[in-house]
Design a protein around this ligand. Structure first.
Ligand SMILES: Cc1cc2nc3c(=O)[nH]c(=O)nc-3n(C[C@H](O)[C@H](O)[C@H](O)COP(=O)(O)OP(=O)(O)OC[C@H]3O[C@@H](n4cnc5c(N)ncnc54)[C@H](O)[C@@H]3O)c2cc1C
Ligand code: HEM
Length: 397
């Protein structure tokens, strides 16, 4: 919460800062990473190259300011940030560094308009948000029983090509400690040392249920296109990981966790590599609630690009109330699938008001399904989503 004295300055400057948001954060990152190059270890430089992380942090700070006094709007956003921060090993001492460079970038962008009372108000707002995040992150580290930045060596016991461009990697502990517990839907950060000595972290959802004595991730290789270079870490993993490799992996985190233990019907909708948290969820339900009514719908480009589909099909044998619907954009030669993109109207009907719907897939898929589901009568409170990149927070602004 910020003081009454600061509030008018924040209220008056939010629209201006929002307009300059991308400029401010581009400046902020260039300045901060130039002064503290060791922080590039923490940041996803692929996101930096595309500018999405800049938008995300800017949006978070301005969303916070715009919603001061409205904690309901911010609660879920803060939870997501906290889980992401903890999975990359953020420490309390990082906050003053970010605060210093962010305020400097705001002052430089606003020029003469950056008066002392205005800058004091932003210092206070940043400080208040930082304290909230630091406390929540300390609590999450405590619950997980780990130190910030701690990773574990995990040994690869199996690799499996699941589709034209998805590789599953199964890992066990490479030390004496048991594997950490996790909930289906959660992800780990995998740390790799790239050629040239660069260290990078990426998140991968766990694609099998807990309790197997191993952790499995399924990684889509991001190929180069005319517009963009090949993804660094996914290609590195595909090219370098083999049975016996040891990877440095974080504790599992994430708040996209469908309730697997309940008897209530559930709808899981995914596209492309967004199938990973859904498969983990389905495996757990198959083990603890095999009678549960579950609609599992997935969209893939074609059969060759449909990862983990055979595993989902196999669960039909033990889950009598599981409906599986697959959409292929190119269905040539594939039986039992619907041609085209996922279309809510072509799915078996469910009790819209009472059923939780979980979504994971590329941005365009998420946007299209989110709108279609609202239109079909699913209340927003029943919709849950995971974005495989920084979540954009424009909806709060
Ligand atoms: C919570 C969460 C869960 C996830 N779960 C999974 C999972 O289960 N499986 C999975 O495969 N992935 C998952 N991801 C995504 C994963 O973390 C990585 O983002 C993904 O593997 C790509 O990383 P990369 O290093 O290969 O690509 P990067 O090098 O980070 O590049 C990412 C994209 O940006 C483009 N790009 C890079 N530089 C530029 C540039 N200069 N201009 C334009 N475009 C550029 C690349 O072409 C690529 O498409 C998850 C992400 C999150 C946040
Ligand atoms: C009040 C301060 C901060 C706010 C509001 C904030 C906000 C955010 C947001 C919105 C995300 C994206 C979350 C998602 O959707 O996945 C994020 C991720 C991240 N933040 Fe922060 N952050 C703050 C402070 C910091 C600090 C102090 C650091 C450390 C230097 C930091 C490092 C990171 C990193 C490394 C990621 C993941 C980036 C990626 O993978 O691209 N943040 N933060």
């Amino acid at each position: 919460m910020i003081s009454e004295a600061s509030r008018p300055y924040i209220d008056a400057s939010v629209p201006v800062l929002r307009e300059h948001g991308p400029t401010i954060t581009k400046r902020f990152y260039a300045d901060m990473l130039g002064t503290h190059p060791q922080l590039t270890r923490l940041f996803n430089m692929g996101n930096q190259a595309q500018g999405v992380q800049q938008q995300s942090l800017a949006a978070a700070v301005f969303a916070y300011a715009a919603n001061i006094g409205n904690p309901e709007a911010l609660g879920p956003v803060v939870k997501r940030i906290v889980h992401k921060h903890v999975s990359v090993g953020l420490r309390a001492e990082h906050y003053p560094i970010v605060g210093h460079h962010l305020l400097k970038a705001i002052a430089e962008t606003l020029g003469d308009a950056a008066t002392a009372p205005l800058m004091d108000a932003w210092k206070e707002a940043y400080g208040s948000l930082a304290r909230l995040l630091i406390a929540a992150e300390a609590e999450l580290y405590g619950t997980a029983g780990i130190q910030p930045g701690e990773t574990r060596p995990l040994r690869v016991t199996e690799t499996k090509q699941e589709s034209a461009n998805v590789l599953s990697i199964r890992m066990v502990a490479d030390d004496d400690r048991p594997l950490p517990p996790f909930q289906p839907g959660q992800y780990v950060s995998v740390a790799v040392d790239l050629p040239g000595g660069r260290h990078q972290l990426r998140q991968y959802s766990l694609s099998d249920a807990p309790g197997t004595g191993s952790l499995r991730i399924s990684v889509k290789r991001e190929d180069a296109s005319a517009a963009a270079p090949a993804g660094e870490v996914s290609n590195w993993l595909h090219a370098n990981v083999a049975v016996g490799s040891v990877l440095q992996v974080s504790h599992p985190f994430g708040e996209f966790t469908p309730d697997t233990e309940s008897d209530q019907p559930l709808v899981l909708l995914s596209a492309g590599i967004g199938i990973t948290p859904m498969v983990a969820t389905l495996h757990r339900i198959a083990r603890v609630r095999p009678q549960r009514r579950v609609l599992f719908a997935h969209a893939a480009r074609d059969r060759a690009h449909h990862a983990l589909g055979a595993e989902v099909d196999a669960l039909r044998a033990t889950m009598p109330n599981l409906s599986v619907v697959n959409f292929y954009e190119d269905a040539a030669g594939a039986d039992g699938v619907l041609e085209g993109r996922m279309d809510v109207a072509r799915l078996p009907s469910w009790a819209r008001e009472e059923t939780d719907v979980y979504l994971c897939g590329p941005g365009k898929f998420m946007q299209a399904q989110w709108l279609a589901l609202l239109h079909a009568g699913v209340p927003a409170a029943r919709l849950h989503r995971e974005v495989f990149g920084p979540e954009l927070l424009d909806h709060l602004l």
